[in-house]
Design a protein around this ligand. Structure first.
Ligand SMILES: Cc1ncc(COP(=O)(O)O)c(C=O)c1O
Length: 369
């Protein structure tokens, strides 16, 4: 039985023409970190998003961390963010000894609820991190209005929303002061290892992140501050650049699959289907909700049929042991707590074969909820 994975970066890479020959060509240049291909990829990123600056980093986590430093987030500053996210969103705030203030989520998009933000803002609040979870729009226009009114910086967490646009076709990631992307292999634009990028229209932020990612240098071997080693590998940049050229194919294929699943699951009342704001969104995961007492059983059943599934995210961050250990103040987040018990993600990637899609649908339809 051939297993169907939740994500399939190998399939996507092969379909977009990444093969031994062109990988070897890149390898043969002897340039393995930074180099021309990294600059080309950065230029292509900036041009796609129509922003002034894009710099690559070695992970989405570093894009968040270096972005926060460039936004001048410091010890004791409060940062509004969701608890329903990957740990990196919160971890980077904690690394700076700033204080995460957890917001609840909307019950349909699973992105931050702004009413909750309004209740939790204080004099110490300096920034907000909207996470465009699963690819959806974290209500970024409203977030921008809220941030402006309250003099907050915005760092968009676009780790899962590469290519998604708002209903007016403006890219997510182009609203905030700066935005962090992840090129982890399972992401919508996934590489062949860790990778990330920060985009911005602000020269100061760009210069700061460029220097921070390269040991605080501005020119070679002149160090102006304590920085990091966070550069993108050239082979990875090559793959990412090739995938970027074929991105419209990824977009179309993911949209077709989203529509295929949505249509086929219409008749299953026990499955709450994901909501996509508009067809300008590119979903990273297909995340459904099922009755909480059936989730483990369904995942096991699918597994016996060779269909993998994952839970993003079973343990919301405000409930994590480290948050308790650090004595971070938390409150009940009713939607987050309920939804994390019901949620699960099923196989979803570009260029999924017809027989794979049909197998997933068949097994879900057969399940007795
Ligand atoms: C919402 C979110 N933020 C941040 C990250 C961190 O990205 P990376 O794994 O590239 O460090 C991820 C990746 O899993 C993510 O999903």
């Amino acid at each position: 039985m051939i297993e169907i994975q939740v994500a399939n970066p190998l399939r996507e890479n092969q379909k977009l023409g990444i093969n031994q020959k062109n990988l070897y060509q890149q390898y043969s240049t002897g340039q393995y970190v930074n180099g021309e291909i990294v600059s080309i990829f950065e230029k292509n990123l900036a041009s796609l998003f129509n922003v002034k600056y894009a710099t690559t980093l070695n992970s989405g986590t570093d894009a968040l961390l270096l972005g926060l430093i460039a936004l001048n987030i410091k010890k004791g500053d409060e940062v509004l963010l969701p608890s329903f996210t990957y740990f990196a969103t919160v971890e980077t705030v904690l690394q700076l000894d700033a204080i995460p203030v957890f917001l609840d989520i909307e019950p349909d998009t699973y992105c931050i609820n702004l009413n909750d933000a309004a209740k939790k803002i204080t004099k110490k609040t300096k920034a907000i991190i909207p996470v465009h979870l699963f690819g959806n729009n974290a209500n970024i226009k409203e977030v921008s209005i809220f941030a402006k009114k309250n003099n907050l910086k915005i760092l968009e967490d676009c780790a899962q929303s590469f290519g998604s646009m708002d209903p007016d076709k403006k890219f997510l990631g182009t609203f905030g002061d700066c935005s962090a992307f992840s090129f982890f292999p399972s992401k919508t634009l996934g590489g062949i290892g860790d990778g990330g990028s920060l985009i911005t229209n602000n020269k100061k932020i760009y210069d700061e992140v460029k220097s921070l990612k390269n040991h605080g240098q501005k020119t070679q071997y002149k160090h102006y501050r304590v920085g990091f080693n966070s550069r993108l590998d050239s082979l990875n940049a090559f793959v990412l650049n090739e995938k970027l050229k074929g991105f419209n194919k990824i977009r179309k294929s993911r949209l077709d699959l989203f529509n295929f699943y949505s249509k086929n699951f219409e008749s299953i009342d026990s499955i709450k289907k994901p909501v996509m704001e508009s067809e300008n969104i590119v979903m990273n995961y297909f995340t459904i909700r099922v009755p909480k007492n059936k989730r483990a059983q369904l995942m096991n059943k699918l597994n016996t049929k060779g269909i993998k599934s994952s839970i993003y995210y079973e343990n919301p961050i405000h409930k994590q042991p480290v948050i308790k250990k650090l004595s971070i103040k938390t409150e009940k987040l009713p939607n987050t707590e309920k939804i994390s018990k019901e949620i699960m993600s099923i196989p979803f990637y570009a260029f999924m074969k017809k027989e794979e899609k049909e197998r997933v649908v068949k097994e879900l339809k057969k399940f007795r909820f």
